[in-house]
Design a protein around this ligand. Structure first.
Ligand code: I3S
Length: 130
């Protein structure tokens, strides 16, 4: 992969709050557990941080929101709008990793989820060129 391509991937960065759940792990369905999560895209890796409410430290209102819970390597991943049967929520994206994990990403404000869709799509495309 060229330095120029790596540069283009590292320029694709974003962070914000998303509603997300894992739905599949190693190709096996897992129970949904929707949670609002601090979500960071950096260097072609998407990181979902822990729901602060899910930990004792979080209940105390402190730093657990910065503890990573899941990371997804976007190299070879796939993102699309989720079909209706995947969720009753609106504005749902489906992210599938090459390693066989699947996540749903959701946010009621359309512009927010649309921006994530675009930056994740652009990142996957750049990584495909490497
Ligand atoms: O795909 P499902 O099973 O209908 O997903 C719903 C469940 O995870 C539900 O929790 P329970 O497993 O306790 O029933 C959640 O509360 C719902 O939010 C899930 O569906 P949506 O349509 O919101 O993705």
């Amino acid at each position: 992969s060229s330095a120029a391509q790596q540069q283009r991937v590292s320029n694709l960065e974003k962070a914000g709050i998303l509603n997300r759940t894992k739905i599949c792990e190693n190709g096996k369905k897992v129970r949904k557990n929707w949670a609002l999560s601090w979500t960071v895209l950096h260097g072609g890796i998407l990181t979902f941080h822990k729901d602060p409410k899910s930990t004792p430290a979080g209940a105390a209102g402190k730093t657990s929101q910065f503890v990573p819970e899941f990371t997804v390597d976007l190299k070879g991943a796939n993102i699309s709008w989720a079909p209706k049967e995947k969720s009753s929520k609106k504005n749902v994206l489906e992210l599938k990793s090459r390693a066989g994990a699947e996540f749903l990403l959701q946010y009621d404000t359309e512009s927010i989820i649309t921006d994530w869709h675009k930056v994740i799509t652009d990142t996957i495309r750049q990584l495909d060129l490497e």
